[in-house]
Design a protein around this ligand. Structure first.
Ligand code: ADP
Ligand code: MG
Length: 837
């Protein structure tokens, strides 16, 4: 190693902060700074001492003209005029390999321990773990008067006195590799004793190949410790600082001066430099005992150390920042959850048969136009223009059903449904069955199993047990000519049916029912059960059936049944029904003609104790006589209207207007002769209602998206500001780390990870809180309005919108935080340390 060559050679160097030569603040014609020396820079305030230090220390690119060469230990040369060309790639490496720093403001991380602060210089510069740094650091700490008994491994920097902090900063700078140690007024805040002691330590630890360049206010300190004093003077006319050849002094020039001449030399230096007496600090009694404290380093790597310390700092005092973040996130998620719930509710409403099916009633006078009107609705032009998905003819029905509560038959409103496809593919049926409570559609079109789809409301109002499986229909039989109550199977029970109907029948059912009163055509509804009695055991086993049969047999041998000649017949499996199981037929004997006694027997059997265990599954069973004679089949009855299914409600108003004005629907609409033919029109109230629905769902959707954006903006602004404020606070420290050679990417990654963890934690907490609150509110709300028990939950946190929210949120946070971190870390070490905008 060449220890005689200079470490810096400066030639005609102009330094300017604006990049323009005319703004230069420092000009140095020629200056060499030798290796292995302690060099003090003196000069009046503003003369450019810091500028020179920043320039030489590669903390800023101020060199606009001339050249500064850094000579590496192996004689390699680094010209500063081109070193910045690759940004901080070259300068960062050079600083990392060769430079170390101490500043007037210690630039320690308050929330890190003293030892963590010290370790950082080596962790950054040499990439070592903290464990490796500790022994050397402890030795140095001891030497500068901070033994472990005074500052242990746990002690946080914020709890150190000013003098202690400065000594920690010295240790941080000395305890790592360097060729040049830069100090900008490093003892500026210390008393004379401490300043001398620290400078003595610097000299003591300086290797022959290492130099120190120190800016100081203290002339005594310079005289005492410097090998060379360089005075920077202000060139008044040119308004910049400069170093003149006769303003460089070497130690031999003053070392042996005594009395008068020594004072004169001091006076000369004072001309360049105004001495300010610093506020002195009480020197603490120093404990020189090396404490044998055992230490354990938890976060030994740079990344882990920062994650722990800075991560905690970001959480805020009493975790207030985390709480605020959680609150904002939680509220956003809660709001989105409820918006989702409303959307799902509206969505369901929109897709239910009660919303996207419209009925167009055709008055009786217009029956002749039915086909024309139907064809018009099916025409491709109308279908595409108004998004008509499907059309179905229907017939209104009024059937008298037996009401158990009032004990008389009452008229009930219903309608037919026509099946073109298999029943389960039928869109209207499918939608109706989505509200199904019990039953299936199997066999709805089977004329031998004629049955109904009924509403739950109808069953309860009429006093039917939903499990009984049938309702009693009043029917005027042709043969014998009488009013009968015919049991009709209930195929399915649904929540509700469109158009305030209480039941739905197949067209086959309606044809059968309207069998004309022809003596030669026995009606389909002439049930055989008038002359038979059967019991059905749902899902029974043969053992159970045998048991039940013997029970019935036991009853039949008792009075009064024993006199009537009634017997059970062999049970058989009854399959093709909504109610399937074993059927036990009875041979009625003399009971056949006595309806009263027959009903008594039914009651006796069903209420007998031995039957009780099966009562849930026991039914009285009926069967129809099947009518197949062609001649007797009734021609299709006139339809009452057309049900129209719309793919979307967007064009509903247009369709209503079209129907009102189109002559196919209303031929007299043009002639203006109202009343000639009955008008055909969609119910405008219904149309309005559906439009309102559509509008509401759009507003809700828009609201949900606005909410998502607002939440994302709020959270990202909060996080970005928090980060910005924090980084602003530790700006000088970051600058110092950068001066030590911390790579931008490394720092960026750490802070990015801290933000991710912070936001992740907030997100987890907010999700938990939002779920808890959301479901609690939902529970409270559903207790208040229990009318709609099967409505979707008001709070639906899982869905596309939540994913979208989380996505938008994360993206917004990532982008804004990334910008903040980048902007801060992109600044030069000098700009950060000297706190410039
Ligand atoms: P000191 O000798 O007190 O350390 P400086 O080196 O800090 O002086 O400043 C030297 C001159 O450069 C001063 O006139 C100062 O105003 C100017 N200066 C320092 N930093 C900047 C900057 N970022 N932009 C412009 N001028 C600056
Ligand atoms: Mg300065």
């Amino acid at each position: 190693m060449n220890t005689s060559s200079p470490i810096f050679s400066i030639n005609q160097a102009s330094c300017s902060y604006s990049g323009r030569l005319e703004d230069r603040v420092l000009y140095i014609e020629h200056l060499e700074i030798p290796r292995g020396e302690v060099v003090f820079l003196l000069g009046a305030s503003g003369s450019g001492k810091s500028t020179l230090l920043e320039t030489l220390g590669l903390m800023n690119q101020t060199l606009v003209k001339g050249e500064i060469l850094f000579h590496g230990p192996a004689d390699e040369e680094f010209p500063f005029s081109t070193l910045w060309d690759k940004g901080e790639t070259n300068t960062g490496k050079l600083r990392r390999d060769h430079f170390s720093f101490i500043f007037q403001y210690t630039n320690l991380m308050d929330n890190f321990s003293a030892y963590e602060n010290i370790a950082l210089s080596r962790m950054i510069k040499e990439g070592v773990d903290m464990q490796e740094v500790i022994p050397g650091a402890a030795k140095l700490m001891d030497e500068v008067g901070l033994p472990l008994s005074q500052v242990d491994f746990e002690k946080e920097a914020v709890n150190l006195s000013g003098g202690q902090r400065q000594r920690v900063a010295f240790v941080r700078a000395l305890n790592t590799r360097f060729s040049v140690l830069f100090g900008d007024e490093p003892t500026g805040n210390l008393d004379e004793n401490n300043a001398n002691e620290l400078m003595r330590q610097v000299r003591l630890h300086l290797q022959p190949y290492q130099s120190a360049i120190i800016v100081s206010h203290d002339i005594n300190l310079a005289i005492r410790h410097a090998d060379r004093i360089i005075a920077i003077t202000s060139n008044e006319s040119e308004r910049h600082g400069e170093v003149l050849p006769d303003h460089i002094f070497l130690r031999p020039q003053w070392e042996n001066l005594q009395g008068e001449s020594a004072a004169k030399f001091r006076e000369k230096l004072s001309d360049f430099y105004r001495v300010k007496k610093q506020v002195t600090e009480e020197a603490k009694p120093e404990d020189k005992l090396l404490d044998k404290l055992k230490f354990e380093v938890e976060h030994s790597q740079f990344r882990r150390l920062f994650l722990k310390r800075e991560g905690t700092a970001l959480l805020g005092l009493k975790k207030i920042n985390l709480l605020i973040l959680t609150a904002i996130l939680g509220l956003t998620l809660l709001a989105v959850g409820f918006a989702n719930g409303s959307l799902a509710y509206l969505e369901e409403k929109l897709s239910s048969p009660f919303v996207n099916w419209l009925t167009l009633e055709i008055p009786a006078q217009r029956a002749g136009d039915f086909e024309t009107i139907a064809n018009r609705l099916k025409s491709p032009s109308l279908r595409t223009r108004y998004q008509i998905e499907d059309t179905r003819f229907y017939t209104m029905w009024n059937i008298r059903f037996w009401n158990h509560r009032t004990q008389k038959a009452t008229m009930v409103r219903g309608r037919t449904i026509r099946f073109d496809k298999s029943s389960t593919e039928e869109p209207l049926v499918k939608e109706i069955l989505s509200k199904k409570i019990a039953g299936s559609l199997e066999g709805l079109t089977d004329s031998s199993r004629m049955s109904l789809i009924v509403t739950e409301k109808f069953l309860t109002e009429f006093g039917y047990d939903p499990d009984s499986g049938f309702v009693l229909m009043e029917f005027k039989a042709a043969n014998p000519d009488s009013l009968l109550l015919v049991p009709v199977y209930v195929r399915a029970i649904v929540k509700e049916l469109p158009g305030k109907n209480d039941y739905l029948v197949s067209e086959e059912f309606s044809s059968a029912r309207t069998q004309p009163d022809r003596r030669d055509c026995p009606s389909t509804f002439d049930i055989r059960d008038q002359h038979s009695l059967r019991f059905l055991l749902l899902d029974g086993t043969s053992e159970e059936v045998t048991l039940i049969r013997s029970t019935i047999d036991n009853i039949l041998v008792q009075s009064p049944w024993d006199t009537l000649g009634v017997f059970t017949n062999t049970p058989y499996i009854h399959t093709n029904s909504f109610l399937s199981g074993y059927e036990i037929p009875l041979l009625l004997g003399r009971l056949d003609t006595n309806t009263y006694l027959k009903e008594m027997l039914v009651k006796t059997i069903l209420s007998s104790p031995a039957i009780q265990p099966f009562s849930d599954r026991m039914r009285r069973s009926y069967e129809y006589s099947i009518q197949t004679g062609m001649d007797c089949i009734q021609p299709r009855r006139f339809n009452d209207g057309i049900a129209i299914q719309l793919a979307s409600l967007d064009s509903i108003r247009g369709l209503a207007e079209n129907i009102a004005s189109d002559p196919v629907f209303n031929p007299n609409s043009e002639s203006g002769l109202g009343g000639e033919k009955a008008t055909i029109a969609l119910d405008l109230g219904k149309v309005q209602e559906k439009e309102n629905f559509l509008f509401l769902s759009r507003v809700t959707r828009l609201g949900a998206y606005l909410l998502i954006l607002l939440g994302a903006a709020g959270v990202s602004l909060f996080v970005a500001n928090l980060l910005k404020m924090h980084l602003e606070k530790i700006k000088m420290n970051i600058g110092t780390f950068k001066a030590f050679g911390l790579e931008r990417q490394q720092a960026q990654a750490v802070y990015f990870e801290i933000i991710l963890r912070f936001v992740g934690l907030g997100l987890l907490m907010s999700v938990a809180i939002a779920l808890f609150l959301g479901y609690s509110f939902d529970l409270i709300l559903s207790n208040d309005f229990s009318a709609e028990s099967d409505r979707p939950s008001y709070f639906q946190p899982f869905g596309f919108n939540t994913l979208l929210t989380l996505g938008v949120l994360s993206l917004a946070i990532l982008i804004t935080s990334r910008n903040v971190i980048r902007n801060m870390l992109a600044q030069t070490p000098g700009d950060l340390i000297y706190n410039r905008e």
